[in-house]
Design a protein. Structure first.
Length: 215
């Protein structure tokens, strides 16, 4: 039996992955998934406008608004409880989640990264910087990684990866464009695996079941 994932999306920017997930839900490609709320540390993030246009609750929550990390976590967890969120999706969220938040949603928080982890991950490796590093290194293949979030940047168990060939004439911008297209396909696919209860995590390794728990 499928579990309805009521996801909270954390994003800092334009929210193209959020929009891809939303579109997949609206077209029926992604089922048993709903969006509880969108949280951003950036009050001017376009993702908040997109969410509001679809009547999805939005929240601007930044560490700067609170006297301590604990108070910030309390505010975030309050939003998640208020909307019954049982899963977190990071979609271009530029802040590391606290150990407390990771623990509260252990194995129920996903991130998407525009490279083939463990390569080209970690602090400072985001957006166009990743693609610049890939091209400068002479890599022939890049790709997309969806992984479970742990206490380190870009480190948790990998759920799915998809590769993209790096052409000889590639620029960071052209690679970014092609990577985005793959991201927008892969993130909804991985969320469906969780909604169908097909993901098992054991000792830091992910296994994808052929059928759900009841299958």
């Amino acid at each position: 039996m499928s579990e309805v994932l009521n996801i909270a999306v954390f994003a800092s920017g334009r929210g193209s992955n959020f929009e891809a997930i939303l579109r997949a839900i609206e077209t029926g490609k992604l089922h048993d998934v709903s969006i509880a709320a969108v949280i951003s540390n950036n009050s001017e993030a376009p993702v908040l406008t997109i969410a509001r246009e679809h009547s999805i609750p939005t929240y601007h929550l930044s560490q700067k608004q609170f006297p301590s990390e604990e108070k910030f976590d309390d505010a975030v967890l309050g939003v998640l409880r208020r909307h019954g969120a049982n899963f977190i999706v990071l979609a271009g969220y530029m802040k590391r989640l606290s150990t407390n938040l990771v623990r509260q949603f252990r194995n129920r928080t996903l991130n998407i990264h525009p490279a083939l982890l463990p390569k080209f991950g970690g602090k400072g490796m985001y957006g166009i910087h990743v693609h610049e590093a890939v091209i400068n290194s002479g890599e022939k293949v890049s790709g997309v990684t969806v992984h479970i979030v742990d206490e380190e940047y870009d480190h948790g168990p990998i759920v799915r990866q998809r590769t993209v060939a790096v052409d000889k004439e590639e620029t960071p911008d052209t690679l970014a464009m092609r990577i985005h297209g793959i991201e927008h396909q892969l993130y909804p696919e991985v969320l469906q695996l969780f909604a169908d209860d097909r993901v098992r995590v054991n000792e830091g390794r992910v296994t994808i079941m052929e059928n759900g728990a009841g299958g």
